[in-house]
Design a protein around this ligand. Structure first.
Ligand code: NCD
Length: 304
């Protein structure tokens, strides 16, 4: 039985196949509309979500399957003190596959040890978010036509941003990728990601605090929200939250074929005027998230 805990649980070849299936689903949705008939997806969200949970649910419904679950830990028995392991054991009796989000790093790994059905990590604390990465890869593939040979800037909260950690892991397996890490000192990429991913794979990377200086060389700009919920101290959050605000002015020095990505939700880091720019791809990512999750559910139920 396969789980998806980190993006590296899938080979590059498997990711390519998922992308091909997602593109086929986009072209021929009818072909897939009964593929998961009588199958049930449970979405267990111990942390807030809009896109990830609803795109999983929409994906399963588009495959003819059904969904169950909770979107708030307070409405589940974990509020009575039930352990995660017990909750997962129970839910795996009611479902064929589970997508879960949890504030604790490693919670999906714990779940995978006791589950009788596949576990998909839909975000664990400040650690990983592999299905957002699949979404990002599909978006890059559609926009650029390739997954190699580009310079990508990650801007904002690189410390707690799990989408950043997972996408960097994924990109470490493609060639010709240059990474520009743009953040304030306090929100730099964690050392473990630098050592275990960037350095181990001899990836080219630079760190800077200046989005303006980095902008002209970027092919892709991946903006992120400062992750308020992971801060210990409100003062620090308030001081750092508006470190970077992408606006039309800052885009003047950008490449014509830049792609601006953001996993969303956005707070202040991209001003709404940028939404009109043809280089803004973050709402396209939303639709790609549903398509790739359809491909993922299909694959994981087949592998099972
Ligand atoms: C991201 C997450 O949950 O990590 N959102 C998402 O799933 N699209 C990014 C964020 O919350 O900032």
């Amino acid at each position: 039985m396969r789980n998806l805990l980190a993006i590296t649980d899938f080979s590059v070849k498997e990711i390519d196949e998922l992308i091909s299936v997602a593109l086929d689903i986009e072209k021929h949705p009818k072909k897939y509309q009964e593929k998961c008939k009588h199958k049930k997806l449970a979405t267990l969200f111990f942390e807030p979500s809009t896109r990830t949970r609803l795109s999983f649910e929409s994906a399963m419904l588009s495959l003819g399957g059904s969904v169950l679950g909770f979107s708030d830990a307070n409405s589940s028995s974990s509020s009575k003190g039930e352990s995660l392991s017990d909750t997962i054991r129970v839910v795996s009796c009611y479902s064929d596959i589970i997508a879960m989000r949890h504030p604790k790093e490693g919670a999906p790994l714990v779940a995978s040890k006791v589950s009788s059905v596949p576990i998909i990590n839909a975000g664990d604390g400040g650690h990983n978010h592999p299905t957002q990465t699949l979404t990002d890869l599909l978006t890059i593939k559609k926009e650029k036509g390739r997954l190699d040979n580009f310079t990508i800037g990650f801007c904002g909260d690189l410390k707690f941003g799990r989408t950043v950690h997972s996408l960097i892991q994924a990109l470490s397996r493609y060639t010709g990728i240059k990474i520009v890490l743009i953040s304030p000192e306090e929100l730099k990429l964690p050392d473990y990601v630098k050592k275990d991913v960037l350095e181990k794979n001899n990836m080219e990377y630079v760190e800077t605090e200046s989005l303006e200086k980095a902008m002209p060389e970027l092919d892709i700009l991946y903006m992120t929200r400062v992750q308020q919920e992971r801060f210990f101290n409100e003062q620090d959050y308030l001081r750092l939250r508006d470190s970077y605000i992408l606006d039309v002015e800052k885009l003047k020095n950008a490449k014509k074929d830049l792609n601006i990505l953001h996993p969303l939700p956005r707070v202040n880091e991209i001003s709404v005027e940028v939404d009109q720019d043809s280089r803004a791809c973050y709402f396209k990512q939303v639709e790609n998230g549903r398509l790739i999750r359809m491909a993922l559910i299909l694959k994981m139920l087949e592998d099972k």
